[in-house]
Design a protein around this ligand. Structure first.
Ligand code: AMP
Length: 522
């Protein structure tokens, strides 16, 4: 066995929208969450810029009440955009660099428990597109990590529950084939994934989600309720002031947690010297948030039908994400699925635990031991290129790999040149289901130059995609009847150049650029 690999700790990181969790495998290969520098298992994914200092976690959350404009709250929500919406400390930040500050804190804190480590598996929501996966990987790099793999949060949760609840044996294999639904409602994102576990194979059958829906939206309903009372009584809106709004939000979030345990809670708030104290019952809270819950119900139904299953085929429903502690979630799922959901692992920790198990499997493979888990994913969004409808001349999405196709997948589709003597082709790669490409997200573009002179209109162009399990896409273009061929290095829009990554890596983790050696998925 490779000695070096065997001493590397198996670390998994759940880089959550609101909170992040780190876990590692202990000597018996059981996952354990690791406390951070403050002694907590959950680190708020919030970044404060204070003078020259960057502070992540609990202290940054506190600062939101007094210094909100210097705080990056939930940068994960903005992954895929070029920049975080506001400058911080006079500097514009790409969201992945803010995520890197979070990861850097997690790495430093966890090092105190497991020793200095570099390698980690990081999780992402299953429906994260190619751009957001790459941004997460880049965040890991900038934080000084060697990212072993990016895996889907529901897959990680299924692995952790499976090990803990005994529907997987100690080799990580399902004792009998089972179908599970993972319902993950975190602070800022929601997703639902239907998986089939057969032996050591974890196959995602379908995945769906809403990356703008989470516990924060439930909080916001309470904030709006408090603000409405303020306006009624004092004709002022505390939401106009960032810091006052942040203070009220903290009160409301606290009240929401109380309502998961008790039938009523009180919310006290002040603004411009005015005070209010409100009482709210669980029934009132549930009624003011019913539409949010129904959005998740709808997504669950869609995911079940996309998987080609009925509720009778679902053996287990797993709860992931802190917001599944709300009784309304469990009740809705019990009614929908006809079975009580599994909640034996803390919904905050399951994902990090599964990531640590995955890290252990990868490191074992590197050390020459047989792989334990085989994870088969599907793509969560269709991938295609922008083409022109020859009849209407309107731009249309030409899908090559439809969503929910098992990965790795490859596909070829024929397009045609539009006019005679066309000398180049612009290939725009998009991700999404909409026939109109405007509504899909741009993954990248490439140009095929130097077509030979004199080609007729309608010359066939064969476009091939190869989409790997880790979400990497390679594109191949061949113009029929010519020797023009292009194997494309995807030029992702909104993605940082290597020089920028290295610069941020130095600034954030203090580490020099690195060539990554170990990041080969098994
Ligand atoms: P996660 O991103 O999975 O860590 O989930 C964090 C979200 O879970 C936040 O919106 C929290 O407010 C919410 N949360 C945590 N505990 C509870 C609870 N007991 N009741 C309701 N929501 C909770």
């Amino acid at each position: 066995m490779n000695k070096a690999a065997s001493t590397i700790p198996a670390v998994g990181i759940d880089l959550g929208t609101t909170y992040s969790v780190v876990a590692c495998l202990d000597e018996q290969e059981r996952p354990r969450s690791i406390v951070n520098g403050e002694g907590d298992l959950l680190t708020p994914s919030v970044v404060l810029f204070e003078g020259d200092q960057v502070i992540v976690g609990r202290e940054a959350v506190k600062a939101m009440a007094v210094d909100a404009d210097q705080v990056a709250d939930c940068p994960k929500r903005f992954l895929g955009r070029r920049m975080y919406p506001r400058p911080l400390h006079g500097q514009e930040w790409p969201p992945e660099a803010l995520e890197a500050w979070v990861l850097d804190k997690l790495r430093r804190d966890a090092s105190r428990t497991v020793g200095n480590f570099r390698h980690a598996v990081i999780t992402v929501p299953a429906y994260f597109d190619e751009v957001r996966r790459k941004a997460t990987q880049d965040a890991g790099y900038m934080a000084g990590l060697d990212v072993l793999d990016i895996i889907n949060e529901p897959t990680a949760a299924a692995v952790a529950f499976g090990m803990a609840e005994g529907f997987l044996d100690e080799r990580g294999e399902a004792k009998r084939p089972i179908n599970i639904l993972v319902y993950d409602l975190g602070g800022g994102t929601f997703d639902v994934t239907v998986m089939r576990l057969e032996g050591g194979h974890f196959q995602t059958l379908s995945t769906d989600g809403d990356f703008q829906l989470g516990g924060k939206d439930w909080d916001q309903r309470l904030v709006d309720f408090v603000a409405a009372e303020f306006m009624k009584r004092y004709q002022v809106d505390p939401r106009d002031d960032l810091s006052a709004a942040a203070r009220i939000w903290r009160e409301c979030e606290e009240a929401k947690r109380t309502l998961s345990l008790r039938g009523k809670a009180t919310i006290a708030a002040d603004y411009q010297g005015n005070w209010i104290r409100l009482e709210i019952t669980r029934a009132e809270f549930e009624s003011m948030t019913r539409d949010l819950l129904e959005r998740t119900t709808f997504t669950c139904r869609e995911a079940i039908s996309a998987a080609g299953l009925s509720w009778d085929d679902v053996d287990r429903v797993l709860l992931v994400g802190g917001s599944t502690r709300m009784p309304q979630v469990k009740e809705m799922l019990a009614e929908l699925s006809g079975r009580a959901p599994d909640d034996s692992i803390s919904p905050d920790e399951a994902v990090a635990h599964g990531a640590a198990i995955r890290a252990g499997a990868i490191l074992a493979a590197h050390a020459g031991r047989p792989p334990r888990l085989k994870i088969r994913n599907v793509n969560s969004h269709s991938l295609g290129v922008v083409g022109k409808d020859p009849k209407t001349l309107r731009s249309r999405t030409g899908i090559l790999i439809p969503r929910n196709t098992p990965l790795p997948a490859s596909a070829t589709r024929t397009f045609r040149t539009q006019k005679a003597d066309q000398r180049s082709i612009l290939l725009q790669i998009v991700e999404g289901e909409n026939p109109d490409p405007i509504y899909n997200s741009q993954v990248g573009r490439c140009t095929v130059p130097n077509l030979p002179k004199g080609l007729p209109a309608g010359q066939p162009i064969l476009v091939s995609f190869e989409y790997e399990e880790n979400g990497r896409l390679s594109v191949h273009v061949r113009v029929e009847g010519t020797d023009v061929e292009l194997a494309h290095e995807l030029n992702r829009e909104n993605s940082l150049a290597q020089a920028d990554l290295d610069r941020y890596r130095k600034q954030i983790s203090g580490l020099p650029p690195q060539v990554i050696a170990l990041a080969t998925p098994i």
